[in-house]
Design a protein around this ligand. Sequence first.
Ligand SMILES: C[S@@+](CC[C@H](N)C(=O)[O-])C[C@H]1O[C@@H](n2cnc3c(N)ncnc32)[C@H](O)[C@@H]1O
Length: 187
Amino acid sequence: MRRRLIPPREDAVCHVSAGRDKLGLDIHYINAFKGRGIFTTVPFQKGDFLLEYRGKLITKEECERRHRVYHDSLKVFMFEFKFDGKLWCVDASQEDGSLGRLGLMWLSLTSAKMKILNINGKPHLCLFASRDISPGEEIDYNYGDSDWLWRCKTETSQIQKTVSCLKPQPNSFPNNDLDLKHPEPER
Ligand SMILES: C[S@@+](CC[C@H](N)C(=O)[O-])C[C@H]1O[C@@H](n2cnc3c(N)ncnc32)[C@H](O)[C@@H]1O
């Protein structure tokens, strides 16, 4: 295991401010169903900062507007969350080469957890290792409680939550405050 050089939060602030991804992570194409994912090339320690889910920070209203005009393939990159009592969205639909937008989703035994960091008054969606991670492992985390259609096709042994395959993809913010779509702010 590598020695941690700086505390995870400082590491996150440093990468967020520089707008660059961390070394030790790589994009791999997995298959036609899952598409691409992020894999580690070095070991990470539980708690380490991994990635920022980078994109354009937009308001709830703008997010709803984009949901109306975007193709489904773009909507999957809209990450909605609550910050300072308001709903926001990071729209990462633009292929900008950043890694955070490519993390895959599982509901249990994930390797990462998303936290909202307040950096200079603005929210940033940052992924931290939820356990020790070995080289070659996939970075996955819980996206939240949306009814993405592709979840229905995912092996039920790995997705523990029952989903309704009849529900369309969400196109508006849910009312439920406890919805996992809105990850917990940093404590
Ligand atoms: C934020 S994107 C992740 C990057 C995407 N794999 C790509 O290549 O562009 C979210 C999309 O990845 C796919 N995905 C994520 N987690 C998955 C999983 N556990 N099983 C199958 N597909 C998944 C779904 O198509 C989802 O809409």
